[in-house]
Design a protein around this ligand. Sequence first.
Ligand code: SIN
Length: 506
Amino acid sequence: METPSESAVSSRVSSPPPATFGAGGPMLKQFDRSTASSRKGSQSSTPPITVVGIGNKVAKPDYSEAKIVLAMVGLPARGKSYLSNKLMRYLKWLEYDVKVFNVGQLRRTRARQQAQQAGIRENHTAEFFSHNNEEATRRRDQLAEDSLEMLIQWLKDGGNVGIHDATNSTRSRRAKIEARVAKEKGMSVIFLESVCNDPAIIAANVALKVSSGDPDYKDMSREDAKRDFLRRISEYEAVYETITEPHLSYLRITDVGNQVTVSHINGYLQSRIAFYLMNLHLKPRSIFFSRHGESQYNVEGKIGGDAPLSPRGMQYAKGLPALITDNIGDAPLTVWTSTLQRTIQTAQYLPYNKLTWKSLDELDAGVCDGMTYEEIEQAYPEDFAHRDEDKFNYRYRGGESYRDVVVRLEPVIMELERQENILIIGHQAILRCLYAYFHNLPQADLPYIKIPLHTVIKLTPKAYGCDEERYALPIGAVDTHRPKPGTPQQPHATPNTAREYYGNDK
Ligand code: SIN
């Protein structure tokens, strides 16, 4: 049977002869059908109807077997929420379903309800955290258990990694978590202890807590809030037991970036989590993104290829060093490019160490490589429509999807987390994927993020997100952004580095 795209190809035969490198021309790559059966989509029970292999939408990998309870351990102000948030962003970028269950939020929500229903005054002062206060200790234990129950239910409903963001600071609390999770078939628990011995980091965390509009301290002066929070910490210190239970699956991170202890970590996802956490550090730094200067293909409206820079692209390459050095001064910087000549040419005048990464090469457009969007629409009208329908999941015939690119960029993310100041001279699709990781943008929006030519994007990681600045050089360039069809509002990140307090938890 003739497929719709085959009919499109054969109908071109009677049209005027195609250009040598154009759609249907002799240099157009032919789709090798013999490879189609060797690539199978996900075995997920509910694949999208249109999944038929390559050149079409490809279903998300089946992660339904992944069920992990990740229970945080640590005194207050030791970066537990920071680590929970980082890990959540990373795993969500890889399309795992992850949710943080923060016991402090549950406490506040319940206290607010009690205040409304029974007129009982909310009390979030250190007194509530004293282990000599029996009634409060009972209530805190109950909150931790209720939060764990919600987490387990959420995992049963389809979640992959539930993060129990609480102090879990005693052996008995950890034993309860372990016993409860053991009752659930297919679920495992890992404890993640954050230890911090660096007084400067603890002081910064305390300052962040009391200055960030924390709802526990909303009616207090900063001085009173700080005094109370330090007292809360000492209440916990009085009973704190670091993890020594020899049988537990756990990771202990000491002074983020300094030392990691790994014990009984098993399986792919657990190891991946461990590996990610081992690469984190807290040193202040910035990550710069720039697309290559305008290329000859950009000017001609073609995608892919390995074209050199246009004259305006060369001007950008010459202007870039001054922009970067003005911004970063004497600080060390490493430049990463792809292996394609347009990024290498753009980096050529930069006076810094340079590395080329194959993983940074542009999304492979397969048989459409070297074509214009108009040519693709004409040659493969069905594919073109599928791509517009679901761009993240669409895989070019013989090429890649955005998801494929995310998977191949994972080592780049790992290395970016390990490094300090980095400038990436990359490609539109690649920078969209990296940008979405840093700003926690959903997969559906990712392929439409605006990354204009001749513009440097500077991201500065903060405790709960990234600050962003953009610097455009006044050198004209074509606009290669194709908006999401039928959507007037295009996605854009509104950088938010504030800690979220999830006020709506039930
Ligand atoms: C909190 O209520 O803020 C945290 C409770 C805990 O995990 O000990």
